[in-house]
Design a binder for this molecule. Structure first.
Ligand code: G6P
Length: 605
């Protein structure tokens, strides 16, 4: 999704800005641009192609400057055309980039038109540029502080003005923005990752902050306009760009990294202790009697899987809700709830807003399960559990999902133990199963050649149905999501028992039906559902545990999973579905790592 990079320095800053955009590319975008102050006015280059194209343009036109801002845009208001690409100018004096959405842009636009401002783009962003310009009296920091008081919605902005050639001003509300501290130069970005290579010292701006960067100084004011000192944090872990190695796409690499990611996420200790979730966890866990899980996308499906574990292992009532729904509906807060937010990025706008909404309703016990330790979500929750998936580049989440499942299983086991439902022998059993997971996953990954053979069939289809029951219903949902988002085949998932209540009407020989068939208590029920499909001529593609005695026949294709894995089985069963989606997308020739219209980190609602 949209990305921001800005800098003030004493050297030509354009290569740093372009490199920053490159590092943010994986998030998804449809246009990009850069503007520098040079010769008393802003100059810019913009592109509706890739950052590489922008780089070529700036080299050809010798765009250079010591102060600059840059952007990758994921279109919300206005099509992805050059005119709507950021930086947006106001009267050739001020340049601005923006992430987020300004909700009152229409009324602001009318007011600004009344003051003689001409609008040349369809963006909501242009009102911010003109508004700041209209308030500018020689002090950009002051003008931005005044302007943001009038903005409703979410934003992170970076802005520069021709009359202050060594200043960049930033502001954030609802979208992330960090300051990077250098020696005689300073930086701004929507993600610290963009500045890897330039600095390791960061200030993570708080909601409502406005900052001013000059060569020697960084000034931060809070939402009330008071100067504040924000903590400087060293983040060394960002390192260089992630290499693709022998893989064709990042998604494939990330699927194959899962044994390592899971092994890094499994706690080292031989017991499930509340302290794994933070110092305050023991007390908090003792005060709760239910869970409310909030998340979006793939993270939501890990929450749905966790519900089965939490209710069966810890016997604790658990509700799972899509964050964008929860934040806007009337709900009945329960002070004894533990609110759990699950997010790979820790920056997803709807999940963050849902968390804040829950807190505003009086929920005091909150836990984040997150892959980014410095993210807003982790900073906002009382407790946290970090997954160690490493950076995930592919828009379609894979290793983030399976590591979330590990974290949530550990949560269920920990709560189960605290509540007297997991004795020492069961605890030892769970620890042993977790430790064996990486090896079990390697055996599943070895099924890739068989899945490639199936993907040829799938690549010629336009629809697919996924079935699962119980613990594996969310896995069917995740499998359908993977297939639709990267191969653009319409895919839906159903709990297999629901088949006869509607989707059976769709079943013909043209509809492949993918079935997740672990050898659990629901297997016989699932087999009956498969018969219902076969009787209507539907073609079944079944991932069956080795001891299920489901054998291939006409219209029934079976890939045998190496072993049945009990309660942790969803972590194994999702992997062939990831591979099926991946290879089907490859056969169809789609842009696997950057599927059309989608973004990695959804920082607008
Ligand atoms: C986007 C990504 C998904 C991800 C979802 C939630 O839609 O493309 O892969 O599952 O956001 O993201 P989060 O970072 O909160 O897990």
């Amino acid at each position: 999704m949209c990305g921001i990079v800005g800098a003030v320095a004493q050297r030509n800053i354009v290569p740093v800005l372009i490199e920053g955009l490159r590092r943010l590319e994986y998030r998804g975008y449809d246009s990009c641009g850069v503007a520098v102050l040079a010769g008393g006015e802003p100059h810019r280059a913009r592109s509706v192609a890739r950052v590489a194209d922008l780089d070529e343009q700036v080299r050809e036109t010798h765009l250079e400057g010591v102060t600059g801002i840059a952007h990758t845009r994921w279109a919300t208001h206005g099509a992805p055309v050059t005119n709507n690409a950021h930086p947006i100018f106001s009267r050739n004096a001020l340049a601005l980039v923006h992430n987020g959405i300004i909700e009152n842009y229409e009324s602001l636009r009318e007011t600004l038109r009344g003051k003689g401002y001409e609008f040349v783009s369809q963006t909501d962003t242009e009102v911010i540029a003109h508004l700041i310009h209209s308030l500018y009296r020689g002090d950009l920091f002051a003008a931005v502080r005044e302007a943001v008081q009038q903005l409703h919605g979410a934003y992170a902005i970076a802005v520069e003005h021709k009359d202050q050639p060594n200043t960049v001003v930033g502001a954030r509300q609802g979208s992330p923005l960090v300051v990077g501290l250098g020696e005689g130069e300073n930086f701004l970005a929507s993600d610290a990752l963009a500045l890897a290579g330039s600095t390791e010292r960061f200030i993570f701006l708080e909601e409502g902050d406005v900052c001013e960067l000059t060569l020697e100084r960084v000034r931060v004011a809070d939402r009330d306009g008071n100067d504040v000192q924000r903590e400087v944090r060293t983040v060394a872990a960002y390192g260089g760009a992630v290499e693709l190695g022998p893989y064709r796409h990042f998604m494939q690499k990330e699927i194959f990294e899962q044994p390592r990611a899971i092994s890094d996420t499994i706690p080292q200790a031989d017991s499930f202790d509340a302290s794994l979730f933070g110092d305050a966890a023991a007390k908090a866990f003792g005060e709760i009697d239910n869970l409310l899980i909030l998340a979006c996308g793939t993270s939501y499906y890990s929450g749905l899987t966790a519900k089965y574990w939490l209710e069966s292992i810890a016997k604790i009532p658990t509700q799972v809700e899509i964050a964008s729904e929860y934040r806007y509906r009337d709900s009945v807060p329960n002070p004894k709830s533990l609110v759990v937010v699950i997010s790979q990025s820790g920056e997803t706008a709807d999940t963050l807003a849902a968390l804040k909404h829950a807190q505003s309703l009086g929920h005091k016990h909150t836990l984040s399960v997150c892959n980014v330790g410095t993210s807003a979500m982790v900073r906002l929750t009382e407790l946290s559990f970090l997954t160690h998936a490493g950076r995930e580049i592919g828009v379609a989440s894979t290793k983030a999902f399976t590591t979330q499942l590990v974290a949530l299983f550990v949560l269920a086991a920990t709560l189960g133990k605290l509540r007297g439902h997991v004795d020492a022998s069961l605890e030892a059993d769970y620890v042993r199963q977790l430790r064996h997971l990486p090896a079990a996953l390697n055996s599943v990954l070895a099924l890739e050649p068989q899945i490639i053979a199936w993907s040829e069939d799938f690549s010629r289809k336009e629809n697919a149905l996924f079935l699962g029951r119980g613990l594996h219903y969310p896995i069917a949902l995740e499998g359908a999501l993977k297939l639709k988002e990267i191969s653009y085949i319409h895919a839906e998932a159903y709990p297999a028992g629901e088949l006869k209540h509607g989707p059976l009407a769709l079943v013909t020989e043209a509809m492949p039906v993918v079935t997740v068939a672990p050898n659990d208590a629901l297997l016989e029920k699932l087999k009956s559902n498969m018969q219902e499909v076969r009787a209507r001529g539907g073609e079944l593609y079944v991932f069956a545990d080795s001891d299920t005695r489901i054998v291939s026949e006409e219209g029934l294709h079976v890939i045998r999973m190496p072993e049945h894995y009990g309660l942790l089985s969803p972590i194994l069963h999702v992997v062939p579905l990831q591979l099926l989606a991946y290879h089907t997308a490859c056969s169809r020739g789609t842009d696997v790592d950057k599927p059309r219209n989608l973004a990695k980190s959804v920082t607008v609602e």
